[in-house]
Design a protein around this ligand. Structure first.
Ligand SMILES: [Zn+2]
Length: 154
């Protein structure tokens, strides 16, 4: 298996695992199956390959509807539910991104947008921090914007 295929596989199984854990109260059998699958994968490829794949830019996602406006994305080790929100004149493309609830807790939702002038903006603390350090807000990209950009969604 080439390395890109392995990264894609690891990210996909992590998405399915996180989603199953998030819904474990409703479907404990699937959660147990995905936990076993995740542990088997860890044994098969090793922790270094897992860490490397989850640190790679997102290439795997699971669409949840036919119009591709709801999807699960692996964003640097954490699984996010991404839902496209209706755009406005100012923010023509908008995504609401919330980390899938796991034992680690829930973060978000954040709104990641492409503005009418072509720049991108997010309301997360990471983006705000990067803007403060950057000479230009147009070059500040948080992990949410990088994830959407790498998947061609923003
Ligand atoms: Zn962000």
């Amino acid at each position: 298996m080439d390395s890109r295929a392995q990264v894609e596989r690891i990210q996909l199984i992590k998405i399915l695992y996180d989603a199953a854990v998030a819904h474990s109260a409703k479907d404990p059998d699937t959660a147990m199956e995905m936990e076993a699958a995740w542990e088997n994968l860890r044994e098969e490829v090793g922790d270094d390959a897992i860490e490397q794949a989850l640190g790679f830019h997102p290439i795997s996602f699971v669409t949840l509807d036919d119009s591709h406006t709801r999807c699960l994305v692996s964003v640097y080790g954490h699984t996010y539910l991404c839902e496209q929100a209706e755009g406005t004149a100012l923010a023509q493309i908008q995504w609401r991104m919330g980390r899938v609830e796991t034992a680690e807790g829930y973060t978000g939702p954040y709104f990641a947008c492409r503005l009418a002038d072509g720049t991108m903006q997010c309301d997360c603390a990471d983006w705000t921090y990067r803007v403060a350090l950057s000479p230009s807000a147009t070059v500040a990209h948080c992990k949410h914007l990088r994830a959407l950009a790498s998947l061609g969604r923003i």
